[in-house]
Ligand binder design. Sequence first.
Ligand SMILES: *[C@@H]1O[C@H](CO)[C@@H](O)[C@H](O)[C@H]1NC(C)=O
Ligand SMILES: *[C@@H]1O[C@H](CO)[C@@H](O)[C@H](O)[C@H]1NC(C)=O
Ligand SMILES: *[C@@H]1O[C@H](CO)[C@@H](O)[C@H](O)[C@H]1NC(C)=O
Length: 292
Amino acid sequence: MLAQSLFIAFAVASGVGANWLPYQRSALSSGPPSNLAAGSFSNCTSYATVETGDTCSTLEAAADISFSDLLRWNPELDTACTILELGAAYCVGGGGDACPQLYTVASGDYCSKIESEEGLTAAQLQALNPWLDANCDLEVGEVLCVGSSPTPTTTLTMTVSTATTATTTTTSAVPTPTNIASGSWTNCTTYYEVQSGDSCTAIDEKFGIALSDFLRWNPEVSDDCSNLLLAAYCVKGSPACDEVYTVVSGDYCAKIEYNYNITDADLYALNPWLDSACDLQVGQNLCVGEIE
Ligand SMILES: *[C@@H]1O[C@H](CO)[C@@H](O)[C@H](O)[C@H]1NC(C)=O
Ligand SMILES: *[C@@H]1O[C@H](CO)[C@@H](O)[C@H](O)[C@H]1NC(C)=O
Ligand SMILES: *[C@@H]1O[C@H](CO)[C@@H](O)[C@H](O)[C@H]1NC(C)=O
């Protein structure tokens, strides 16, 4: 405790430059650096020594790793990154399989935007970045993990038939499921086999799509989604909404319209299933962008 207080005092008093110097373990040296932070993995291939001005985000950027991996390899760090010790070395590589696909948060970013850009559901983004809070608050510079390791696809347990685009220019039809629900579009790129217990909200969440798209691509489905069958439904078609917002507790239409700078008429045009009172349910995926 006392040592930590002294460290903080030193960090505040010293005004040295904030250049980041990676500690690379040389082939001849054995073991971790002598200034390894207590609790950090000692079997890594690269370490970074914290200098004045460093934050978790600067370490992530310099080492090209996600915050998830930094936290995994230095388990003593907290998710708010308040306890980086000046002068101590942290594992920034080699502690295990690293996230293969990174995204650095930029000004104006928010989770649903990143999810739609990266083709992830909210649940997938959360699973890849377990440190995210329930509001999915982001800070500029944070490095998100937006892809998983090429391990068996155990994370996706749902049955998805993807109509792969033919690479040749033959006229043979692309494979589509044989049990497409009657009325659903037959020109989609992805179909999903509805399972017992599924709801439109659950399907929309799985695929990060707006309810209005699901209803447009599957026009036989009623607005209240009460007539889903155990059949294949279109979950990726064109045109599609380019920006999806998931309703959270406390939301109401005027608030969402204000946040996305759209009018009431826009919101209804983009989400024709909304009732006249604009009642929302938590988890519903609204279209708040353009349909293209
Ligand atoms: C490094 O050590 C940690 C903690 O002891 C262990 O969980 C991890 O699997 C090790 N990583 C490698 C690549 O050996
Ligand atoms: C797919 O089919 C629907 C309904 O027939 C049509 O409105 C839509 O434009 C088609 N999309 C593409 C990309 O062809
Ligand atoms: C909101 O939308 C209006 C009309 O499309 C536009 O003129 C205005 O610049 C937008 N405001 C913001 C803050 O984006």
